[in-house]
Design a protein. Structure first.
Lengths: 337, 288
């Protein structure tokens, strides 16, 4: 009896399934060593896009999957992050490494400002409001002269690779590592979040707000916390993306397509699950890049057609996402005997 | 800024508002029936405008005469949507329902972009052209007729839902689909009818707007946004609320555009939306 209690107390934080841990460690090592194999820049780009979209989808997963609020305008935070680094670098010469945090901070402030009135709404009202917010940001930035209005910002290029200015022209490998590190950090943080008290409370809010309220969980506060965390995960991706392509304009970084794709990746992979976005991104991004190579290029939105089709099919046949194909006992920690 | 300009803006806003009202009524009907927001509403509007355009461009049929065909086409689209997508997600979580109709909207819009390219088109020399002058206010004829037809369609819809047997059956299904089924009203059939009528309304609006509006693949987005706002403003599921809400939105849009800055039209409507859903979440005329 006593030993049982002790065992229950010492239940480890880590997933005790050794196979899963070794697979994850192996994957991380593989990902770190990939550029050493001399991948050409297309494959590096592909991986960078996968990392970026996985993090963006994870951000959406926090608000939609954990706390159950569907945001259809999440691109707004991506855009804020992108504009923050580029603007501060061009105007004041602040290195992007610092202004990434500015971007996160501004996004968080906006998330609070937007969240306080809007997260009192629920369901469809919130979804429609966020759809409007996403488009409003685009409209405002298209006409805001300080940040270049519709033509956007062209980040001043450094003559050579520079870690300080976060610009690399000769190779994509540094970008690869930066995105990879952010990817790992984000997933670790969200994974911790998902098994922290906060994570459980958020899920309580999602599954039954009234029951949560009766347990003294302040529903709207927790929704706002989730929204802020989600915004702070999204913003650095915008910043890094701006450093990666070095030209940003409202139509690119506030595009509604960003809000669509994060939703699609999460739903495809498995909503409300930490691993869902990785699965979704590593399937969808290659499809999208390859369909652009072989089918697109003429302005035809073939990848978008695929997105829409996949989204509908998933919603009809696999509402829990592809992750529901993986047997449950692998994902969950070993039961204590 | 003279009173004539303001009067002009009010008239324009009213005419736009009636069109928004009809589009929103279709959305509201569908929502009232099965609690699903059709996020592809704007794309259905785009389809109706394109159907009007192609009937004109391929067969030389004026948009005014092709309206019945457009309505039938859209009603057919509605039944297809219900049959292939909606009936599978009726019992799903709300998140899945939103994602599914959102996916449909992306799908339709990008297919249209692939088939017809994102070019802007318009109907050349329709029967309804020119403008009339009432006092100091200019009223475009196509706009005037469009809003008039939309108002008629709206009244027709309202009478249909409140007076006819099918309409009452629709209302019964909306109130409690299980109780309605016990009374012998097949809810699946009612849902299909609801979709057909809801999108038929969009067909009327789109067919009339094809007379004077530019027709392109992204045309629906703004209208759909305004329709969402109108539905929330009027109260989800309330049809008559849509009329008032549509007119309010039309007026806010045109007056805000005139008095402040026309490039932020969307923002004024957005502010109105936020104020209403925060202080009166059941909408101005909602039944819930």
């Amino acid at each position: 009896m006593e030993s049982k209690l002790l065992a229950a107390k010492s239940e480890p934080l880590w997933n005790t399934n050794n196979k899963v841990i070794s697979i994850i460690c192996g994957l991380v090592i593989l990902l770190f060593s990939l550029p050493l194999f001399g991948l050409n820049s297309f494959y590096l780009h592909l991986f960078i896009m996968i990392f970026m979209h996985a993090v963006m989808a994870q951000s959406w997963n926090v608000i939609a999957g954990f706390s159950g609020q569907i945001s259809l305008g999440h691109g707004a935070f991506f855009g804020i992050g992108a504009y923050a680094t580029s603007f501060f670098y061009m105007q004041y010469g602040i290195t992007p490494w610092i202004s990434i945090f500015f971007g996160m901070f501004i996004s968080a402030v906006f998330a609070v400002l937007i969240g306080i009135p809007m997260l009192r709404l629920s369901g469809h009202y919130f979804a429609i409001a966020t759809l409007l917010i996403g488009i409003s940001f685009q409209v405002v930035f298209q006409r805001w002269d300080l940040v270049g209005a519709a033509s956007g910002l062209w980040v001043t290029m450094t003559p050579e690779d520079s870690w300080l200015a976060l610009q690399f022209h000769s190779s994509k490998a540094p970008y690869y590592y930066i995105f990879l590190i952010f990817f790992i950090i984000t997933f670790f943080v969200v994974w911790l979040l998902s098994r922290s008290k906060l994570g459980y409370r958020l899920r309580a809010v999602r599954d039954d707000p009234q029951a949560a309220l009766s347990l003294c969980i302040n529903v709207s506060n927790y929704k706002i916390i989730a929204y802020v965390i989600s915004a702070m995960i999204m913003a650095p991706m915008g910043s890094l993306f701006a450093q990666y392509i070095l030209i940003i304009d409202p139509d690119r970084v506030f595009n509604i397509e960003i809000s669509i794709i994060v939703l699609l990746i999460t739903v495809l992979g498995g909503i409300g699950n930490v691993w869902g976005p990785i699965i979704g991104a590593s399937i969808l991004i290659p499809i999208s890049e390859y369909s652009r190579i072989y089918l697109g290029g003429t302005g035809g939105a073939v990848d978008l057609i695929l997105y829409g089709l996949i989204l509908m099919i998933i919603c009809i046949f696999r509402p829990n996402g592809l992750i529901s194909f993986i047997p449950k006992h692998i994902l969950e920690r070993k039961k204590q005997k | 800024m003279t009173s004539e300009i303001i009067l002009q803006a009010i008239v324009t806003g009213l005419m736009m508002g009636l069109i928004y009202a009809l589009i929103a009524a279709g959305l509201s009907l569908i929502f009232g029936l099965m609690e699903i927001v059709n996020f592809a509403h704007g794309e259905h509007l785009m389809l109706s405008m394109f159907s009007s355009f192609w009937l004109w461009s391929l067969f030389g049929l004026d948009p005014l005469f092709s309206i019945p065909i457009t309505i039938l086409f859209l009603a057919f689209c509605g039944i297809l949507t219900h049959y292939f997508l909606i009936r599978y997600i009726l019992k799903a979580k709300m998140l899945i329902q939103i994602c599914a109709t959102f996916g449909l909207s992306i799908f339709i819009r990008s297919i249209a972009q692939l088939l017809w390219t994102p070019d802007f088109r318009n109907v050349d020399k329709p029967l309804l052209e020119g403008r009339i002058e009432v006092g100091s206010v200019f009223i475009g004829q196509p706009q005037l007729y469009a809003s008039f037809v939309c108002l008629l369609a709206f009244i027709g819809l309202y009478l249909f839902v409140t007076k006819t047997e099918t309409g009452l059956a629709l209302q019964a299904t909306a109130q409690d689909r299980h109780a309605a089924e016990v009374l012998g009203i097949p809810s699946n059939k009612m849902f299909a009818i609801g979709w057909a009528i809801g999108l038929g309304c969009v067909g009327v609006a789109g067919g009339m707007m094809a007379n004077y509006f530019f027709i392109f693949t992204d045309v629906g987005i703004n209208f759909a946004l305004f329709a969402f706002v109108a539905v929330a403003l009027g109260g989800f599921g309330s049809i008559i609320g849509c009329l008032y809400a549509g007119i309010i939105i039309g007026l806010v849009e045109s007056l805000g555009g005139l008095l402040i800055d026309p490039s932020f039209k969307l923002l004024y409507v957005f502010v109105i939306y936020l104020l209403v859903v925060i202080y009166k979440p059941q909408g101005l005329f909602g039944r819930y």
